[in-house]
Design a protein around this ligand. Structure first.
Ligand SMILES: [Zn+2]
Length: 125
């Protein structure tokens, strides 16, 4: 969970931008979404033939070597969490640069909805 760290970093980086809380919120959501997406699509899932169960472990609790049934072999839960945290930390930089370029940090336009920003970022795999 890099949420607290990310939130602190967001406020540190974006304290001059009036929309910082919104960007922090979005970054948190990006991290959460990234975690879910990576977990569902890329995380390695194994099957234990002895217990007839799916597991995240290459060696199951019963000692049996499991078989990879989906995902990427090196993409375990820790890797997914790490990548999601990176995504969460990097997104404020992306959002703030987009924000600055589009001039929406000015007083007149700060209420413009965020839906216009490119938030459909594909997962990193
Ligand atoms: Zn087993």
């Amino acid at each position: 969970m890099g949420g607290a760290l990310s939130l602190g970093l967001c406020f540190g980086l974006l304290q001059k931008i009036r929309s910082a809380p919104l960007i922090a919120l979005i970054s948190g959501l990006v991290g959460m979404l990234g975690d879910s997406l990576l977990g569902a699509t890329c995380q390695a899932m194994y099957f234990c033939p002895t217990c007839q169960k799916e597991t995240e472990r290459h060696i199951h609790n019963c000692g049996t070597t499991t078989q990879l049934i989906r995902g990427i072999k090196w993409m375990n839960n820790d890797t997914v969490n790490f990548l999601a945290t990176l995504l969460e930390l990097e997104s404020p930089c992306v959002f703030s640069s987009v924000w600055r370029r589009s001039g929406e940090h000015s007083v007149d336009t700060q209420r413009v909805p965020i839906q216009k920003q490119g938030q459909q970022k594909p997962p990193a795999c």
